[in-house]
Design a protein around this ligand. Structure first.
Ligand SMILES: [Zn+2]
Length: 263
């Protein structure tokens, strides 16, 4: 369906994406840029679901879904990518199937593996941006460290109860490890399973992550680095709070001086 490689949008694409092509920040050239972009999403859960849905329908050409979990019944309250019929199925496979029905122009690669510090660079290399929707610090720091080293923009999200945060880390900006330091001891930060989370709030955070990725791919708006977006859904309000680089950050010390080209 996608016009293969001649640098033009097909008639189908012009209609499908017409509401965003009319945006000055997108246009035909921006839409082509999205089509040529590759984004990895770590975790096809409460944050990864809305992020993947919006990236797929916006026409990001290649999406890699990384998740080693299977769909369970208590996921469905917030993980809107999955449905009742997919309970028991690997989330990466369920995600690929659903995204394929939403937008067959998008190539979706399903990786049913757990990302860790050992395989993160291999899994994330070759993408233009990475969305982290994982539910633990170990994975978030592995994503952060690999992206900083690869020179790939990371958009790291988290949600708990009625609060969420999004940290965008473009190459050269203060990173997620600069913000949070070392991994907190196990049990200090409660998990969603114990503390609870409202699905709509997870949806807001995942949508913010998708919007950050799209505007970075398009080069639209203000530079994204050095700020954490804090969402408080009970008040409700959204704030951007600046944070400085940590001169002792080991991840930033391992960063290349210039952004690495996409291979
Ligand atoms: Zn850092």
């Amino acid at each position: 369906m996608t016009d293969p490689g001649d640098g033009r949008l097909s008639d189908e694409e012009l209609v499908r994406y017409s509401r965003q092509i009319v945006l000055r920040e997108v246009g035909g050239s921006g839409q082509l840029r999205l089509r040529e972009s590759a984004v990895a999403v770590v975790g096809a859960g409460g944050l990864g679901s809305p992020a993947l849905l919006y990236l797929a329908v916006a026409g990001v050409g290649r999406l890699t879904v990384i998740d080693d979990d299977r769909v369970s019944l208590d996921n469905l309250q917030r993980q809107v990518l999955h449905d009742t019929a997919s309970v028991g199925e690997p989330k990466a496979d369920a995600a690929r199937r659903r995204l394929g029905t939403l937008n067959p122009n998008v190539q979706v690669d399903a990786v049913a593996a757990r990302l860790d510090a050992g395989n993160a660079a291999a899994l994330l290399r070759g993408h233009h941006a990475v969305v982290d929707g994982s539910d633990n610090f170990t994975t978030k720091l592995a994503v952060n460290d690999a992206c900083v080293r690869l020179g790939v923009t990371a958009v790291i999200g988290s949600v708990l109860r009625f609060e969420g945060q999004v940290v965008t880390v473009p190459p050269g900006a203060p990173c997620y490890r600069c913000l949070v330091g070392e991994e907190p001891p196990e049990g200090l930060v409660p998990a969603c399973s114990a503390a609870g989370v409202l699905g709509a709030v997870a949806g807001m955070v995942g949508s913010l992550q998708a919007a950050e990725v799209l505007r970075i791919l398009l080069g639209a708006g203000e530079p994204a680095g050095g700020r954490v977006l804090l969402l408080e859904a009970l008040r409700p309000r959204l704030r951007a709070v600046a944070f400085p680089p940590d001169p002792a950050c080991p991840a930033c010390a391992a960063a290349p001086r210039a952004a690495a080209p996409i291979s």
